[in-house]
Structures are given as structure tokens and as C-alpha cells.
Design a binder for this molecule. Sequence first.
Ligand code: HEM
Length: 164
Amino acid sequence: MNGEQWFKVRKIATPAFHHDKLKVSQILYEVLRLYSPAPLLTRANVKEIKLGEIVIPPGVLLSLPIMLVHHDHEYWGDDAKKFNPDRFSEGVSKASKNQVSFFSFGWGPRICLGQNFALLESKLALAMILQKFTFQLSPTYMHAPTRGVTVYPQHGANIILHKI
Ligand code: HEM
């Protein structure tokens, strides 16, 4: 890509880069909520903790089911299964009820180091595609999210690109 082409890409992509509350960010968060690439996290408990009535001794491996929490009506409301990017209009911390329940990138001191990079890269890729193409879902697409190491569409994500 030459300098002029980069200038064009940057001009289109720039607004998408700088604001957490932009629609494109909300869309990416909602996709990550519904189809979190990492469906669960594990943690090893180092010292005894009490969670409600349950006492967890040190050395226990805890499984934190991201996918289940992300689809839980108790945290996300009646439309928990629906694609609704607007729920992120006030940012991640206000998207769910009562407490932060979005953790596609993990949480705490070991939170994903590449989080900002991944979001930025997605926006840049999208901006570059939208410059040259419109696209639509192919009629051959079958909605079948499944999991290997990460969550992925079992039969691929078939889309039809139209050159602008
Ligand atoms: C959509 C894309 C991505 C998702 C959903 C994702 C998700 C995660 C999750 C769930 C963890 C574990 C966090 C925890 O234990 O609390 C993690 C860790 C990590 N991720 Fe990502 N990740 C993504 C992209 C990336 C990229 C692009 C990079 C690097 C360029 C990256 C680098 C890392 C590293 C280095 C860690 C380990 C951090 C640590 O243990 O201190 N990730 N990621």
C-alpha cells in the first residue's frame, strides 16, 4: 500500500479507533459476549476462600464458564440471547446488571495483554474491507458455533463480497 492509500484507510478508520462507546466497539463487544473465543477460564485457588456458603480450600482448580455467564438472563436480562450491541452503549462496566459480567479477555492481573491490539486490528480490518466491498451473509451459511481450543463457526462463516 502506498502513502496515499494509507492516508485514505486512516481517514476512514480513525474515528473507530479512539472511542470506547462507538457503535463499532459496541458491535465487537456484543459479538465477543455471544461468541466468546475463550469459552472458559481456569484459575487455581491459592488460599482458602469462602464464596457464600461454599468454602474452597487451597489448590482447587476453578473453572470460570465465560460462555454461560455471558448468556445468563440474571446478568444480561431477558434479551440475553439476542444480539443487541446497544447494551454496551455505556461501556462494558454498565452493560450487565449489578456487576461486570463480561470477561472475554479474562480479568484481573492476568487479563489479556493483546486486548486493545485485537480490538484495534479488527476495526482496521473492517475499515479496509468496507472501503472496497459491501458484504452479506451467504445463503449457504449455517449457524453452528462450536468449540475446539476456541469457539468457531463449525461450517465456516460464508459471506458474499460485492466489489464497490
Ligand atoms: C479477540 C481476541 C482475543 C481474545 C478473546 C483473547 C482472550 C484472552 C483470554 C481469555 C486470556 C486469559 C486472561 C485471564 O486469564 O484472565 C488471554 C491472555 C493473553 N492474551 Fe489474549 N485474547 C485475544 C487476542 C490476543 C492477542 C491479539 C494477543 C497478542 C498480540 C494476546 C495476548 C495474550 C497474552 C500474552 C495473554 C496472557 C496474559 C497473562 O497471562 O498475563 N491476546 N487472552
